[in-house]
Design a protein around this ligand. Structure first.
Ligand code: NAD
Ligand code: MG
Length: 394
């Protein structure tokens, strides 16, 4: 039986790479649903190529436009609209696998729907887990879903621990997430105020969406990944460490109690973790290039400079803070990055907004016990962060 796949965020970097892997294995996978927020032309092309049962766009007007074009092209894809349709398809009885490749908190509700419906959930959308925390993990457990990480670092750790990673807790001393250090690793911290969005998005090793590219430049991506790892592998905050590894060949490491270190290596290509998640526990061709050990640059490791990456420490601050602090940090960072990309605040002010927001918004107890509570906290933190952005922009 072919696995039926729903791709949330099909037009993005992870979404298109997912279709690239699926294209290599038509006998294994079937595209059931494709969703997008923007880039309607690309979604149209994808529908022509894949003939999914469903497609989703954010508004009725956008959906009507795509419906007309598909009808004229003789494609029978049913076009739905709105966030409710994302949840409906993520939980659709005919779907086996959901690729969560939406960026940001908008992915939380559909991820929860997939978790509750017991799907195989391929999680690229780390923000959903950072926001949802324990509540998300409990939904996965209660729904009998299979949560497989797509983030390359977390896939690496998962691959080093082929049994259920959560039973490994006792055997692990700590994990080490590798970070490339992004485009500004060697920059004079005094000059960071002047960098432009395009410079921040020019990642040396990976081609990604703009939000995660900015997060890589600030290392807030690694901060979110520390929180993601805490929930995926049920680790204490002090069991998660970060090292800069500019070549992005070692994707992360597990340090066992006996000091044995397990690592996963490969060329920096998201097709590898995507193929692993799609075919798990089997291994299928991903389309990535193999590592060429005879011509590899030396692999180096170094500490993150706190003056360049002040945001990294916010991960542990949030994890040690009251429940919901990670949700506040994520919301602040989404607002701050959007403001930076829009030219409203400077690059170094992203950290100012994040720090001020996490200090100003103290989650009420019980705020993270329901989806409504979490989304309410997210909205509250966004309002506060937006006020800090306004103050800085003046
Ligand atoms: P992207 O910006 O390239 O694509 C995002 C996709 O989500 C697009 O299809 C877009 O239309 C859709 N989308 C955006 N906002 C939406 C909303 N409000 N509602 C519904 N759909 C929406 O992003 P990406 O680089 O593919 O990243 C996707 C996720 O994967 C992020 O959470 C990112 O952190 C994570 N991730 C990406 C990479 C990578 O290499 N790109 C690596 C690891 C993890
Ligand atoms: Mg990553």
């Amino acid at each position: 039986m072919r696995r039926r796949v729903c791709i949330l965020g099909a037009t993005g970097s992870i979404g298109t790479s997912t279709l690239g892997v699926i294209a290599r294995h038509p006998e294994r996978f079937e595209v059931f649903a494709l969703t997008a927020q923007q880039r309607v032309d690309l979604l149209f092309e994808q529908c022509l190529a894949w003939r999914p049962r469903f497609a989703v766009l954010p508004t009725d007007a956008a959906a009507a436009g795509l419906r007309g074009r598909l009808r004229d092209a003789g494609v029978a894809t049913e076009v739905l609209s709105g966030a409710g349709a994302l949840c409906e398809l993520a939980a659709h009885p005919e779907v086996d696998t959901v690729m969560a490749a939406i960026v940001g908190a908008a992915g939380l509700a559909p991820c929860l729907a997939a978790a509750r419906a017991g799907k195989r959930l391929l999680l690229a959308n780390k923000e959903a887990l950072v926001l949802g925390g324990a509540f998300f993990v409990e939904a996965v457990r209660a729904g009998g879903a299979q949560l497989l990480p797509i983030d390359s670092e977390h896939s690496a750790i998962f691959q080093c621990l082929p049994e259920d990673p959560r039973v490994w807790r006792e055997r692990i001393d700590h994990i080490v997430l590798t970070a490339s250090g992004g485009p500004f690793r060697t920059r004079d911290p005094e000059t960071l105020a002047d960098v432009t969005p395009d410079q921040a998005c020019a990642h040396p090793n990976w081609v990604m969406g703009r939000k995660i590219s900015v997060d890589s430049a600030t290392m807030m991506n690694k901060a979110l990944e520390v929180i993601e790892a805490r929930w995926l592998f049920d680790l204490a905050p002090e069991q998660i460490k970060v090292v800069i590894h500019p070549q992005s060949i070692v994707h992360s490491m597990v340090v066992c109690r006996d000091c044995s270190v397990l690592a996963q290596l490969g060329t920096p290509d998201m097709s590898v973790p995507i193929a692993y998640g799609l075919a798990f526990p089997e291994r299928v061709e991903s389309g990535a290039a193999a590592l060429d050990f005879m011509n590899l640059a030396p692999l180096t490791f170094e500490a993150a400079d706190e003056r360049i990456f002040p945001g990294l420490a916010l991960a542990w601050q949030a994890l040690r803070g009251p429940d919901g602090s990670s949700a506040v940090l994520n919301a602040a960072n989404e607002v701050a990055v959007a403001a930076f990309l829009a030219g409203t605040i400077r690059f170094d002010e992203i950290h100012t907004v994040n720090m001020r927001t996490i200090e100003a918004v103290l989650p009420a107890s019980g705020a993270t016990a329901s989806l409504e509570g979490i989304l309410g906290l997210d909205a509250q933190a966004r309002r506060r962060a937006a006020a800090f952005v306004d103050a800085l922009a003046r």
